[in-house]
Each structure stands twice: as structure tokens, then as C-alpha cells.
Design a protein around this ligand. Sequence first.
Ligand code: FAD
Ligand code: SIN
Length: 539
Amino acid sequence: MVPRYLINFDLNEIKKKSFDFIVVGSGAAGLTAALELGQQGQVALLTKGEVKESNTKYAQGGVAATFSPEDRTRFHYRDTLLAGDGLCNPKAVKTLVEEGPTVIKRLIEEGAKFDRKKGKVALTKEGGHSHRRVLHAGGDATGRELSDFLIYNSLYNKNIEIFENTFAVDLISDENGVYGLLAYDKLKGEYLLYLAKAVVLATGGIGQLYKNTSNPQLATGDGVAMAYRAGAEVMDMEFIQFHPTTLALEGANNFLLSEALRGEGGILRNSKGEIFMDRYHPLKELAPRDIVARAIYHQMEKEGSSNLYLDLSHLDNDFIKGRFPTIYNKCLSLGLDISKDQIPITPAAHYFMGGIKVDLFGRSSLKGLFACGEAASFGLHGANRLASNSLLETLVYGERVAKGALDYTKKAKIRWARLDLNLRKDIGDNICFKDIREELQGLTEEKLGIIRSKEGLKEALDKLEDLLAILEKDLRKVEGFELQNLITLAYLITKGALMREESRGAHYRLDFNKSKERWKRHIVMKLEQRWEELKVEFE
Ligand code: FAD
Ligand code: SIN
């Protein structure tokens, strides 16, 4: 049986706090939603670390939006659909590209800083974009600048109460929908029940499922797993984007080397120093990300090497230092001068196109539950996200989810029911979370990576079926909850990847290496009583 909740508990004995809205996650999506909701009611913003910790903070390249006089929103629309490889939801894309510039202009008026050139916002290029349309800040510190700006505004909003080090464990729901959230205060070591009229999950991505990832430690997909446990539909689980260029140096932890480096002229070379991207796509280094990542993987396999190279040595030194200060300094601290040296690179897990299935106002299939940002999925990115569309999504859809939640709460009330959930789960005292997490990361890296096959996926499924037993334990620790969430997601991703007998976007199968017309649809999954009864629908 799949446990509905991760721990044994009795709600009657847990301290309670009531708000109009709960937002989980302090990345750009959660902060944007909280700022909007804070205009209408009391918001609890929960985040599992410090408020400034998120994937958002590490974003480098920028935010894509039509600002150049030569560009048009219809070009941005077309580029997004092309990158998405036939699986984008056109309405979602249209909304994104049309509302994006207005949202960004408003942020600029409110004081958000973006780099400028000759009095106008500076625009760079990234893979799959037909025009220069990526706004950036602090050179390559776009995420940090944006996150600081949103946090600053949230701190000054008296309707938003921020709860740091507060780990969301499970949604509390009944047949009338979601009405609260069980959270664990990491500093006090106590559980709390947050009650609200609506819950917004903005818990970000799942990069930590993989051994090699550009994502920080916090990216364990908790929101998606908890929504699934609560009975919400999840979608597109098989689509995971691998970024082509992360730093392949010891101690670098797959530090991201922004696509903007290629946008400004960086070239990929194999171990012999040869250029090779022209053999894979007419856009060469600036082809959509899935194509570049696969080309690098293919070259590495051919050469038997564990990395290739990014070459910036032909670019102006001062330009590199000024335009990419974070990357330049990070590499220098590891003994590499990117303005001169060849930079060793390898692809790594970067972005999750799947997530909690929502509509264009962030409404999930459960009443009272909403989602936005990387945790949500509504087909915006299709099978492969266009570079720098994610930050734009957090801003545009962060606002829209607030509208959806506000609308819902006009009729909803804060309520709570007595709930004694002594599930009598065994206490998993003897489980070494670290060892199992590493084992899982190795498995996903090998079997659920850039190249997949039926055989590999079946092997992964067998292993995961054994690991599912861990979900039956009460692990009582954040590392344990994260592990349980990662196992849940790995299982769903494997199921989806096995089912999708074709190659499309970021999902590439050796045994079905072409896209198929009949697979131009989304796989939607929902929990039934047992794992074996996982309900699957196609859209
Ligand atoms: P996040 O920013 O990841 O925030 C999630 C939040 O949820 C965090 O605060 C986390 O602590 C919290 N949380 C998670 N689980 C729990 C829990 N159980 N309880 C409580 N809190 C929880 N995209 C672009 O468009 N442009 C770029 O230039 C770009 N560069 C990137 C560079 C890097 C290195 C990375 C990793 C990603 C990059 N991306 C970029 C992708 C983009 O940054 C993310 O997709 C986006 O920031 C996601 O925002 P979010 O608000 O949905 O989630
Ligand atoms: C990057 O800077 O390459 C990341 C951009 C993105 O993920 O959209």
C-alpha cells in the first residue's frame, strides 16, 4: 500500500496556525504568488531552508521576453513550441509570451534591476532563440538579483509571514479538498499544522534525483511527491532536461556554465580540439538544449571521455570578466581561467518539465490545491524547455496562480477536522538515508539519463519496486522524507519513461529513437489505492 502520509500523527495533538493562504517555497514562483496573495489576505510562506535558498538564486542566463524592436511575441511563441518538440500547450505558451513583457516592465518600474546597454535593457541569446531576448542581471547573477528583489518586497509586506527551516511534509485533505499542511519545524524539532483556505505548492525541481545535477541540495521534488500522495494528478513525469554544460572539475559539483556563454560566442570542442556541433544541428552550439546535450553525450561515448570542452579563448578577456563575473570567479577559484583555458564540461540534470498537473491559473485536480513554477506542469515547456523560459514562467504564472487561489477562496473557509492518523508505520531507525540516496542517484543517472532503453528502464523499475518498501516506514527526519519523495518520483518517472515508446525532446529511447504522431500527448498519473493500480490517462 502507498501510505497517504509519511508519518504517524494525531492532528488533535499538534499545534495549529491559521492563515488565508499557505505558499510553500521561496523561489521566484512562491515569492511572486505570496506577494500577490498578500494584497488580499494573510499568507504563511514556508520554506525548508533559509528564505534566500532556492534554485532561483542560482539562475544565471536570464529571463526570456520580447524586448528587442526586431523581435515579436509570435517569434518567442514559435521558438518555445519548436524547442518543446510537439508537446507544448499552445495556450499556455501564448499566455507566457504575451504577458511576460508586461510583467517584467512592471518589475522594472518597481525597482528590479536588469543589466542595460546604451540606455536599454541588455539582451543576450541562448539555445533555440531566434532573437536576442534574454534579459540578465549582475551579468550572470540574474537569479540572485531577482530573488533578492522579491524577498525584499516580501519582508516588507505585513501580510506575509515567512517560516524558514520549515519542511512541508504532507498536505492535509479530505473529500472536500485540501485544507492544510503538516510541516516540521527543523529548529524546534516539532510538527505544526498550518490551516488555510488554499495551499500553493512552489517547491521547485527534482535535480537531486540525479548524481550529476546543476541543482542545489534542496531540489528533491517534495511538493510533487506530496501532491501525488494526496491524490493530485501529475503529468509529463518522464521529461527531465539535461543542461549541456556544467563544469567537469573535481569539487565543482556540476556548477552551471550558462548557455549565455555560447550565446555570446562560446564554442564546444571535443577532446581533439575539433568543433562538432555542425554535425548535429544547423543552429550548432545554439540548438535547443536537448539536442546539444545529446550531441555532447554522443561525442563523449565515441571518444570514451568523461568530458568535452567549452572554448571562450577567442572572446575578449575583459568582456568575459565583466559579463560573466560569477562564472569567471568560480572557475578561477578552482584554478581555471575561462578567458584562456579550455573549460571541461559535461551535461547534468537541470530542469523538470513534469510536475503537478494544473491549469493556466495553477488549479490542480484537487480542490484547494494550487501549484506554480517548476513544481507545476501544464505543458508549457512540452518535452524540452526553451532556455530562460523558466524564470519567466515563475513570474507570469506566479501571478496567475494567485488569481486562481483568490477566486477559489471567495467561497472557501478555514476549517479543520479531527484526524487521528496513527498509521502504525514501523519506525525506520536503521535506514542509512545517505547510502540509499546515493544508490538511487546512481540508478537514475545510469537508467533514467539522457539516453534510455526498455531494458534499462525495466531494471530501474525492479530496483525501485524494492525501494518502495521504504515508503512504509516512519522515518521522522527531513533527510528521510526527502528520500521517500525522491523514491516516489523515480518510480513515476520510470513508469512514464517506459510507457512512452518513442523519443521526443528530452526523453530519448534507444529502442524507439523517433517521435511518433500517436505519442503527441501527455501521460497523466494519479495514485490509486496501491502502486500497482497507478491510474494513467492520456491528454
Ligand atoms: P525554486 O526556485 O527551486 O524554489 C523552490 C523553493 O521551495 C525553495 O525555496 C525550497 O527551499 C522550497 N521547498 C522545496 N521543498 C520544500 C518543502 N518540502 N518544504 C518547504 N519548502 C520547500 N531558468 C531560467 O529561466 N533562466 C536561467 O538563467 C536559469 N538558470 C538556472 C541555473 C541553475 C544553476 C539552475 C539550477 C536553474 C536555472 N534555471 C534557469 C531554472 C530556474 O532557476 C528554476 O526552474 C526556477 O528558478 C524555479 O523556481 P521555483 O520558484 O519554481 O522553485
Ligand atoms: C543557463 O544560464 O544556461 C540556464 C538557463 C536556463 O536554464 O533557462
